[in-house]
Design a protein around this ligand. Sequence first.
Ligand code: CA
Length: 523
Amino acid sequence: MRHWRPISRRAALRDLGALGAAVALGEPHGAFPHADGEVRPVPPNLVLFLVDDMGWQDTSVPFHSSPTPFNDRYHTPSMERLADGGVCFTQAYACCVCSPSRVSLMTGMNAARHRVTNWTLWKDRATDGAQGELMLPEWNVNGIAPLGGDPRAVHARCLPAILRHRGYRTIHVGKAHFGAVGTPGADPRSLGFDVNIAGHAAGGPGSYLGTQNFSGRWRGAEGVWDVPGLEHYHGQDIFLTEALTLEAIREMDAAVTRRQPFFLYLSHYAVHVPFADDPRFVGKYDRAGLDHTEAQYAALLEGMDQSLGDILDRLRYHGIDQDTIVLFMSDNGGLSAYGRGGEPHTHNRPLSSGKGSAHEGGIRVPMIVSWPGIVRPGTTCAHPVIIEDFYPTLLELAGVPEITSPDAQSVVPLLRGEAPGTGSRALHWHYPNCWGPPGPGIGASSTIRRGDWKLIYYHADQSYELFNIAEDIGEERNRARSEPHRVSELADALRDHLLAVDAQMPSLRSTGEPVPLPGESVP
Ligand code: CA
């Protein structure tokens, strides 16, 4: 018989408060002995608040040049609060699906280099959809294997392992999705996290509902989707986002008690499918006349935002808000090709398309950084940055600037308000894979952005799309035919990058030959 023990959020936070009150509030950390035996000044706490599948427009914080109808639809007051005290990156990018972004974040590598180019789940088995005219390369389907030994995984020194070595308490709460079932990377602790709550191989929750034990049984799903490690919430009337928040707060409290700087990686399963009613918020969006699926989505977003507010409140409660850097990010663009209410491919407007696409809707995401005393509050930064940049950024913030990555650049100078370096840095994407549903920009491709120009090279037919993102953010005017010299120039630069990182290309089923590199088939 299941025990029904409804949890009161207020009571839970009060209990956690009693624990926190036992420590000296606001006391400076002083010096701290590190794993290597040296004593150094204590670095700031780092909170990386990562949202799953959240689109660029899925917030009341405007990231476009002016507010859009979606900014009116969604209510994210805690993001507004974070933005008021920090800087919004209006041209922040991730990969178009989950695992590549998360592996880039943990390793500092571009996806073309680490070869975890698509989402992972089963050991030694690709998750790609039907492949048509392409035969896909043997990408790293097992994800990250930090200790090596797996021929289908990338071996790397991961971000949390370095932070832990430098004295941080490294806390993983929420979705992991770093490695396949039955491989070391499935457990975030193998990447250097001291503690893992609720993270495993799967990239989505079985259910958001405690009353369903966060299991996918309600929809006949395999047990692999059941969220682990939250058994004490089973049967309770609590939403997954809130359970994860309570766990994160408990871990932060414990780190404060130990007087240890912490890296909290709070990686929400929200707002990934399968959507469910969050009773705290869904009613007002239903009453506003939204299609119920869209009301569920808006409520998922607001629940995520409530979590952010609870974390910010907790930092303030402990008196450590001025000693903590908070970074907000999403791992890919908003879902739009299926599973949403209304017309597909419209949910990220003015951006084209959504998750799975090389168009802006699939890769441009909301990013905010708060760094009290350093970042000028309420500002924006339009310099393009990409998810692998988090690796050197977090290391520099933690006082480890000597570990860098050839693919990534620290954004710390941007946070300090310094001008970005001279020259136009190019950003790269490589997705020699098949996501599934069709749509604008969806398909195996390689992409480069340099300055305002973006070139997409589609592997299946070796065609190009060329857009000027500054003039045409909706990617409606393909200028590949009218600007062949620019296509040629960008294709050459993209080819040089792919060669430099030894990127894998698919092969053509018709000939068995590898797809030509960009620049080798300029129209
Ligand atoms: Ca995702």
